[in-house]
Design a protein around this ligand. Structure first.
Ligand code: ZN
Length: 191
């Protein structure tokens, strides 16, 4: 991707500062979350990530150079992350984690915003809500699986994060106009 040095491990003292949102460490270091690509000040009130997923930078410039984006909540560069960039982080996260349980609340916590703000900003940027986006991704993946494999419908649903089979079938029908079974067996349904 790039030749910039990646984040370094945190000391136990620094990790404790992150866990306790200790503002006295602000400016001394910044922590980056590898799973989301976001970096924060130690005092950030966002839900603390797993220790093995975070790393340290000494300056915000190093974090930006290594490809990380400033957190929308604690604004470690003093600048606001543009809405489009924030939402592209969110959609990247959904694209890679659609098979896991995802709600507006968990997504907002992971992506460092409030549920209300995420919902509103996402809709403004993408023209649909985060929940609609998650549903669309799951149904697109399910369509591909139905055609590519002979897995039972329940297993296809489970594989895209829709473990409740009646709900999966209902949602599939709402989005495509067909049941998963007829979509699989009748090529005419795949316009
Ligand atoms: Zn933050």
């Amino acid at each position: 991707m790039n030749q910039q040095p990646g984040p370094q491990p945190l000391t136990e003292e620094q990790w404790q500062a992150v866990v306790s949102n200790d503002a006295s460490y602000d400016g001394h270091f910044f922590y980056a979350v590898k799973t989301t690509g976001i970096f924060c000040r130690p005092s950030c009130k966002s839900r603390p990530p797993k220790q093995e997923h975070i790393g340290l930078f000494h300056t915000p410039e190093q974090a930006v150079a290594a490809g990380y984006r400033p957190c929308k909540r604690c604004k470690p560069t003093g600048l606001r992350l543009p809405d489009e960039e924030w939402i592209s982080l969110v959609t990247d996260y959904i694209d890679n984690h659609y098979a896991e349980p995802l709600t507006l609340d968990t997504l907002a916590a992971i992506c460092h915003g409030t549920p209300y703000h995420l919902h509103r900003t996402f809709k403004k940027v993408k023209g649909k809500t985060p929940v609609e986006y998650i549903q669309d991704i799951r149904i697109e993946k399910a369509k591909a699986e139905l055609i590519r494999t002979s897995k039972p419908v329940s297993e296809v649903g489970h594989g895209v994060g829709l473990s409740n089979t009646p709900y999966f079938i209902t949602l599939f029908k709402k989005k495509t106009g067909h049941t998963p079974a007829s979509y699989r067996h009748d090529p005419a349904t795949r316009s």
